[in-house]
Ligand binder design. Structure first.
Ligand code: DAT
Ligand code: MG
Length: 149
């Protein structure tokens, strides 16, 4: 069984989309393994999106991710990474088809409501970052570390 890291971003939390997003993953057949509401700090946001450090939108991306609470989740299932990415839809909501989360709930690439890991390796890295002992964050609600499966 594969795991993936999914996060409802601050605009998704502000707009009341946690329930709908969780529901879509449950109905698809995923198993929820971890969930917490948290406010992430800038170093964690920068580590999470480290691959985009040189991109012109990096500063704006970190501002956005730290602008409010996020809902961090671990979902498990067959081909969890690829199945989650297909539920989420294309990065740019303009291209995300209706029926996907971004196709239904987002307009702009800079605030596209949800994150999903892009590979099993990155999924485990992100699960450690957000659910491991050393996660540099203020937890509103917390759960035991999920680093060891
Ligand atoms: P994804 O989130 O689909 O994996 P990504 O890893 O390429 O997409 O980019 C990470 C996030 O960065 C993305 O969800 C939204 C933001 N982003 C990507 N391209 C952008 C752009 N051209 N302008 C502003 N934000 C962008
Ligand atoms: Mg990505």
């Amino acid at each position: 069984m594969e795991r993936t890291f999914v996060m409802v971003k601050p605009d998704g939390v502000r707009n009341g989309l946690i329930g709908d997003i969780v529901s879509r993953f449950e109905k698809k057949g995923f198993t929820l393994r971890g969930i917490k509401l948290m406010h992430i700090d800038r170093p964690l946001a920068e580590r999470h999106y480290g691959e985009h450090r040189e991109k012109p939108f990096f500063g704006e991306l970190v501002d956005y991710l730290t602008s409010g609470e996020v809902c961090a989740m671990v979902w498990e299932g067959k081909h969890a990474v690829a199945n989650a990415r297909s539920l989420i839809g294309k990065t740019n909501p303009v291209e995300a088809v209706p029926g996907t989360i971004r196709g239904d709930f987002a307009m702009d690439v800079a605030s596209n409501v949800v994150h999903g890991s892009d590979s099993p390796e990155n999924a485990e890295r992100e699960i450690s970052l957000f659910f491991g002992d050393s996660a540099a964050a203020v937890y509103l609600f917390t759960s035991p570390p999920l680093t060891h499966s």
